[in-house]
Design a protein around this ligand. Sequence first.
Ligand code: GDP
Ligand code: MG
Length: 444
Amino acid sequence: MFESLSERLGGVFDRLKGRGALVEADVRTAMREVRIALLEADVALPVAREFVDKVTEQAVGQQVLRSITPGQQVVKIVHDALVEMLGPDTAELNLGVTPPAVIMLVGLQGSGKTTTTAKLAKLISKTQGKKVMMASLDVNRPAAQEQLAVLGTQTEVATLPIVQGQQPVEIAQRALSSAKLQGFDVIMLDTAGRLHVDQALMDEMKAVADIAKPQEILLVVDSLTGQDAVNVASSFGSQVPLTGVVLTRMDGDARGGAALSMRSVTGKPIKFAGMGEKLDQIEPFHPKRVAGRILGMGDVVSLVERAAQAIEHEDAEKMASRLAKGQFDMNDLRSQLAQMRKMGGIGALAGMIPGMKKAQSAMAAGNVDERILLRMDAMITSMTPRERAKPELINAKRKIRIAKGSGTTVQDVNKLMKMHQEMQTAMKRLKKMGGLKGMMSMLG
Ligand code: GDP
Ligand code: MG
C-alpha cells in the first residue's frame, strides 16, 4: 500500500517543531515527497513539477502553527492548493440557449464516450425534465450506432434513426434539423473514437463542431490515462474549443491524478466523474474527494479539518489579544466578516461586541445576506494597507476611490466606516471594563 503523505512528511519536519516559520530548505525537502505522491497518483510529470513549484512558493515563510505538526501543516497547504487547482465544484452544463442545445463528446476510443453520452442524456432528461435526443456519429466502428440505440432504449431517451452510409457531418445536420422539427431541448452528439490522436479523425471532429456549433464540447478521459493525459488533453484542446472534461472509471483504482493533469493542461473545468458501467453511475466532480485521493490519505479530510480548526483557533487568540488592547482596525473587521460568512453566523468573539450583535440579528432575520458581507469585504480590499491599519486616514477623496475600486457607493463606504467606528468604540469601552476577561467574569 501507499505510505501516507503525512507519514512521509512527519520525519522531514520533526526537528522544525516550535520554530517560527517554514523555511525554504525544509519545504523543498517536503516537496520532493509531495512530488512522488503526485507521480504515484498518475499526475503527469510537467504538471506535478509546476504544481510543486507553485506550492513551494506559497508555503515558504508561513508561520508554523503550534497545535499541529509542520508536516501536517504542509499537507494542508498542498491539499488546499490541489482543491483550488481542481475546482470549481459546481461545474454545470450550459443548456440555457435557444433550443436545441448541442453537447458534443470527444475523446480516445474506449474512453467511455458512448456510455457517458447515455448517462448524461438520462441525467438531463430525468433531473431537468428536458427532451433529449442522442445521435451517434461513429461510422468507423461496426455497430457503434446500434450500441447507442440500445442505450437509448434502456434510458428511455430518443435516438436519431440510423441511416446507413451517411457521414458524420451529414448525421449531425440531420440530428439538428430533426431536433428542431420535433422540439427537442438538447442534442447529444457521440463521436467516433481515436486510438491515438489521428489527424483525419480530428478534421472530422472539427467539421462536425463547425456545423453543429455545440454549447458544450466535453473531452471524455479514462482516469487511468496516466502520463499520456497531457498529450490527450493538449491535442484535443488545440483542435476544438473544449468546454469541460468528464473523467470516467473513477470507480476503479485510479488515484485521480489525471484530473489534475487535465485541468492544468486544458484549463477547463472537470464537470463529471463516471463511477461505473451502469447508466446512473455518474456524479458531479468533487475536487475535495479527488484531492484526498491524489494525496493517498484516508485521513486527509480529518487532518485538514483539524488544521483548519487550529488556524482558526490561533487567529482567534491573536484577535483576542488585539481586542484586549482595545485595538480594532479594518483588518480585524475583515476577519470577523469572513468568519460570519463562513459560519453563516457570528464569530465567537464578535458575539460579545454590540455592533456585531446587531449585524448578527439582522442576518438571522434575513436582512443581511452574504452579498452584503462580500461587498464589505470588497471595500476593505480596495483600501490600501495603511488605510486598513489606520481607518481615520480615510477622507472624502479616499472614500470615492474605495467606492470606485469596489463597485460600491460612497454611502456604502460610510456605512462600513460607521460600523467599524461603533465596534472600535465598543472595544475601547470593553478595555476600560478590564478587557474581555473582565467582561466574561461579569457575565458570570
Ligand atoms: P467509447 O469508445 O469512448 O464510446 O467507450 P464506451 O462508452 O463504449 O465504453 C467503453 C467501456 O468502458 C464500456 O465497457 C463501458 O461500460 C466502460 N465504462 C465507461 N464508463 C465507465 C465508468 O465510469 N466506469 C467503469 N467501470 N466502466 C466504464
Ligand atoms: Mg463509442
